[in-house]
Design a protein around this ligand. Sequence first.
Ligand code: G3P
Length: 503
Amino acid sequence: MADFVGAIDQGTTSTRFMLFDHGGNEVGRHQLEHEQILPRAGWVEHSPVEIWERTRSAIQATMNGLGLVSSDVAAMGITNQRETTVVWNRKTGRPYYNAIVWQDTRTDQIASALERDGRGDVIRRKAGLPPATYFSAGKIQWILENVPGAREDAEKGDALFGTTDSWLMWNLTGGVDGGGKHLTDVTNASRTMLMNLETLDWDDELLGFFGIPRAMLPEIRPSSDPARYGETTMPTEFRGIPLTGSLGDQQAAMVGQVCFAPGETKNTYGTGNFLLLNTGTEIVRSTNGLLTTVCYQFGDEAPVYALEGSIAVTGSAVQWLRDQFRMISDASEIEGLARRSEDNGGVYFVPAFSGLFAPHWRSDARGAIVGLSRYSNHSHMARATLESICYQSRDVADAMVADSGAGLEALKVDGGVTANELCMQMQADILGVPVIRPRVPETTALGAAYAAGLAVGFWSSTDELRENWHESKRWTPQWSDERRAAGHADWRKAIQRTLDWVD
Ligand code: G3P
């Protein structure tokens, strides 16, 4: 019996391959960044070819580093940045255009037109999503309308659409030469604005709204699939590994955090933040600006749904301080800088670089720094940046409490920013509940590995997975209720200024 399960984590800024043992412990990894292509204000692109090359290299480096062969790996899962849209040619394997990233706002006009004539309500009801630049459908429409030949090829079934899971699956299973498999899973499909949450199939009315031919869409499969999506034929030296798990990265983190029961919730701190609440087999509609999405589907079991609060810019605000604002030279410096002052000195930073996502859904919003005085310094700005991560999470947590009617007792967290102890303490202070980090912080890759391993019997049940979850650190709130309320009131004023700017 093979000792390990592998997971590809294709994220917004990098791609990694990781291997896990039966206890859910990491045994090896390799991670490679890819270029962020920013051709104009609001546009964000990636090279799909670079992403595929990085994925292959990450698998090779991890496997070779441990001296492993294919038969050491029981199964492989994929998890990915969701919504990011690739359209490629079935016969040449070449993309028609760069991947249009989830943060890209070029489809603002497409999204606002949907809102004006009532189609928005149909999308909300059928797909569980508000019309926004965030999701894939508008991005596909943009490619079909702007790249010569793309629409014609899409109608013939030669131009294929996929989120990056599909793109990688197609290449891993042979691509052009080996008849690559054109598949996606229910969680990724639920982020396109094209899948009906009840039927779990592409919806003709929704396809019609965007002029998207069905022939270009992948087959939708469960997130954990004993019938296998396929086997690796690439990289050639690691052929024959069963591909049996696939989920969008935030849903994968729910699985990695073993949030299998209705009411369980987690917040992932990456480029953006994504707070999800398991609502069981029930489709819960938000009246407070959250999304309804598929959380996971294991084999032929009923799908499990979630409410989600998506925040576009959190960790990437720290990257912006480093790359554009040049206030720090390494992201890890922000914690030390923020610790130099006791509080934010009255400064609030709203990093609305991709508009504002949940719970506001305002594609047109732009960022703001408010409350500046002659006293303000780098340390206040560092604090305001970390607080912006926590206040945005507070806003979606409040929306979740309002939608579900149940209070939040504690918050499970994961993702890169959770290494920042000060930020996690701020999160507990701003939310007023304990914040808990698990022992394995790589819950996204772990979730994809779990989905893959469950399908081949490497793990027997979700109960077995629960036993692998251990708390590593807990932060408890230290602010008084008065301080918490006053800080949040000021933050809400800063958000309002951001919206006033564009109104
Ligand atoms: O919806 C976008 C999300 O999936 C991106 O996650 O971790 O790549 O920033 P991440």
